[in-house]
Structure formats: C-alpha cells, structure tokens
Design a protein around this ligand. Structure first.
Ligand code: FES
Length: 107
C-alpha cells in the first residue's frame, strides 16, 4: 500500500496509507482533509480537486491526459508546474512517498 502525504491548505501534513487504484481525491475526502471540493465527483469536469504535486515526484506519476490538461486551465488557484487534478491521479505502489499540497482555494 502506498503511503501518501497530503498537505492541507493550512499547512498541516497528513500521512495516509492508500489503496492502490484509489485516486488522491478519494483518499483526501475519505480522510476528511479540508480543501478538496470535487464538485463533479471525479469526472474531470470541475477542476475543484486541484493539487500541487511535489516537483520531485512529477516524473514518477503519469502525465495528464488531454481532458485533464484542458481542465487545468480552469483552476481557481494559480496553475504551477506541479498542478494536477487529484481525481486523475490514481495511486499505485510505485507512488509510495508521494507528496501533494492543496491550494488555498478551489472555487
Ligand atoms: S473532482 Fe471534478 S475535476 Fe476532479
């Protein structure tokens, strides 16, 4: 099981054991972490599950597909090199140690 660290928008770090196949969005919501809205329920249609992936891990996760890339143009917080939609990051054992941060705002 991959262990993931989610840094909430207050700066608190949450180290969580995830199930492979679960998205970062699902993991955050299931663990009651503030700051992920996920209005569309994970359908890559709202951009309210925006996170910043720690740049050290960007190469170890699959890059965004076209529809995620398009939706990243609609995030409320500024887009950065590590910007991703957390519903589109499906966790696997290879992502053990991943760190993502939640921006200040999603809407
Ligand atoms: S939950 Fe809507 S884009 Fe991720």
């Amino acid at each position: 099981m991959p262990k993931i660290t989610i840094v909430d928008h207050h700066g608190n770090e949450h180290a969580i054991e995830a199930q492979s196949g679960e998205s970062v969005m699902q993991l955050a919501i299931a663990n009651g972490i503030d700051g992920i809205v996920a209005e569309c329920g994970g359908n890559c249609a709202c951009a309210t599950c925006h996170v910043y992936v720690d740049e050290a891990f960007l190469a170890s996760i699959p890059p965004p597909l076209d529809h995620e890339e398009d939706m990243l143009g609609f995030t409320a917080a500024e887009r950065r090199p590590g910007s991703r939609l957390s519903c589109q990051i499906v966790l696997s054992n290879e992502m053990d140690g991943l760190i993502v941060s939640i921006p200040d705002t999603q809407v």
